[in-house]
Design a protein around this ligand. Structure first.
Ligand code: FRU
Length: 544
């Protein structure tokens, strides 16, 4: 108890030090995270804010050799509050440099989620000395209007920068897109639509997305809306994004619409789904395609609990579509057991579209830049698992739970029905598990399980008593499981990058063991051989 009081005092001292920072453009110039009692829960290679509260990624754009990450930020507290745009840059998607806050709330309202583009033709006229401006497009959330019961309290504004995003000027004639009375009217994501020579804004409008077109980013005209009659309206639609992506196998030009929903996610709370489709410059039409099972007709970007409001970077060279999401869930984000900072972003992921047995599908892979984090490597080459159980000592690879794993498991000639990959601390009692099941009734599904990792009691909907599951979108006899663990999170990429499951958890001690085991019906529940397991496991370093 005395320890708890001491930690509380330390933390109170720490937060009051933060609160003394002046507000305004000079605030938070000391951007290094201060040492805090919950440092052991801070991820080593994921992006986290220097201190305080963070939610959605915003304004992600590649500009003059830098990846810009802005984010919903409340610098004066560790729960959601008046929204700013925090800011960081990276030259390699691995190390992030914290920069001063880019956009502050003002008398018009909070700065909600949105996007940023490089206006390389200077269509907005904000450019200077022949250099293109960066233009941010965001939601102005009039908190007073909301409190007064208005319905038009969200509108869209823009701001621009001509110094590589270091300073920003809000456009004097904001809002550029006023609200006609739709209560939830937010999260503009703008792209340059080359084929139709226009800027296109995708906007969440309560239970649908709306599309607006513009020539100069300042004047917007309604194009169409979509989604009111589509499935899944168990929550409000947020943070939508429309982007082009070529189908790899056929080289067909195609489009994807991502929508975040809260609540109503695949396994509860916040989640993001996608629709492959067509865009004709005015309207979006989803593809008609095969579904996996009659009961699972949604395509989820992530089946884990912790990947929300994710969008992709604008203006990335080489045709890449790089995605990052907020690694938390509105179900419990404000109660997670960290105090001095709250939330991380997912690792950046390359998106690709593929022709599969189940139609055109979106795959994700960790960006290859992350390979530079690899430190110690261990090869796994098992020719049938001895007695169904193999224990890998992770200590020589990593002493802090920062681990990457890439295993291929061949199901051919195997009578096993379940595969478990279990990451645990030394005692083995505290563990995070992922795996595969083809038990009758489950058939062909992946799962994750965080019920037995450390503190789960801070919110009853954090670890309800069931597995987190995802359908398998393949019938191939070889399974691939790639996992990125970072002290308090796991991102698991199955098969060729779909499904994906992202979960956070709060262990007391780092994982030091991986147990690979199989179970089957032969021998009445005794472990059964699985066939070949091959691959690598790495310890991963810190991002700096
Ligand atoms: C999504 C969201 C957005 C909104 C922002 C506010 O998590 O609710 O719709 O712009 O967060 O912080």
């Amino acid at each position: 108890m005395r320890n708890a009081i001491f930690l509380l005092c330390l933390f109170t001292l720490f937060l009051s030090a933060c609160n003394q920072a002046p507000s305004g453009a000079d605030a938070k110039t000391d951007l290094a995270p201060a040492a805090a009692p919950d440092d052991h829960l801070r991820p080593g290679y994921h992006f986290t804010p220097p201190s305080a509260w963070m939610n959605d990624p915003n304004g992600m754009v590649f500009h003059e050799g830098e990846w810009h990450l802005f984010y919903q930020y409340y610098p004066d507290g560790n729960t959601w509050g008046p929204m700013h745009w925090g800011h960081a840059v990276s030259t390699d998607l691995v190390s992030w440099e914290h920069l001063p806050i880019a956009l502050f709330p003002d008398e018009d309202g909070y700065i909600f989620s949105g996007s940023a583009v490089e206006d390389w033709r200077n269509s907005s006229g904000f450019g200077k000395d022949g250099k293109p401006p960066l233009v941010a497009i965001y939601t102005i959330h009039d908190i007073e209007g909301e409190k007064a019961g208005a319905t038009d309290y969200e509108s869209q504004g823009i701001a621009y920068s001509t110094d590589k995003g270091r300073t920003w000027t809000k456009y004097a004639e904001n809002p550029v897109l006023p609200n006609q009375g739709i209560k939830d009217f937010r999260d503009p994501k703008v792209i340059w639509d080359e084929a139709h020579n226009q800027w296109v804004m995708t906007l969440a409008a309560q239970d649908r997305v709306q599309f607006y077109g513009s020539k100069d980013l300042k004047t917007w005209a309604f194009l169409s809306e979509w989604g009111q009659n589509s499935r899944n309206h168990s929550g409000v639609w947020e943070c939508p994004e429309l982007f082009p992506l070529t189908v790899m196998e056929s080289q067909e030009a195609s489009w994807v619409l991502n929508v975040s929903i809260n609540p109503g996610g695949a396994n509860g709370g916040s989640g993001t789904f996608y629709f492959p489709g067509h865009w004709d410059g005015k309207e979006f039409t989803p593809r008609k395609q095969a579904n996996f099972t009659p009961t699972d007709t949604m395509n989820w970007v992530d089946y884990g609990r912790d990947n929300y409001a994710g969008v992709t970077f604008s203006d990335v060279p080489d045709g890449r579509r790089v995605f990052m999401g907020w690694m938390s869930n509105w179900d419990y984000a404000m109660q997670v057991p960290t105090q001095s900072w709250r939330s991380a972003m997912t690792i950046p992921r390359d998106l690709s579209l593929h022709e599969t047995d189940f139609g055109v599908r979106l795959h994700q892979q960790p960006v290859k830049e992350l390979e530079k984090l690899r430190r110690n490597e261990k090869n796994i080459d098992l020719d049938r698992l001895p007695d169904g159980v193999t224990i890998v000592d992770l200590k020589p690879l990593s002493d802090n739970g920062q681990i990457e794993l890439d295993l291929t498991i061949d199901l051919v000639d195997s009578d096993a029905e379940e595969l478990y990959l279990t990451f645990s601390d030394e005692s083995g009692e505290h563990f995070y598990r992922t795996g595969y099941s083809r038990k009758p009734g489950v058939d062909n599904a992946f799962f994750t399980d965080r019920r037995s990792v450390g503190n789960t009691a801070f919110k009853d909907n954090f670890a309800p008593d069931r597995l987190t599951v995802a359908p398998r979108w393949s019938n191939h006899h070889e399974l691939r499981i790639r996992a990125f663990l970072d002290r308090t999170s796991a991102e698991v990429f199955f098969d060729e990058g779909e499904p994906v499951m992202t979960d956070i958890f709060f262990p007391e001690a780092p994982f030091t063991k991986l147990t690979i085991e199989t179970y089957g019906t032969t021998g009445e529940g005794m472990p059964a051989g699985w066939g070949l397991v091959k691959g690598q496991i790495w310890g991963l370093g810190d991002k700096d």
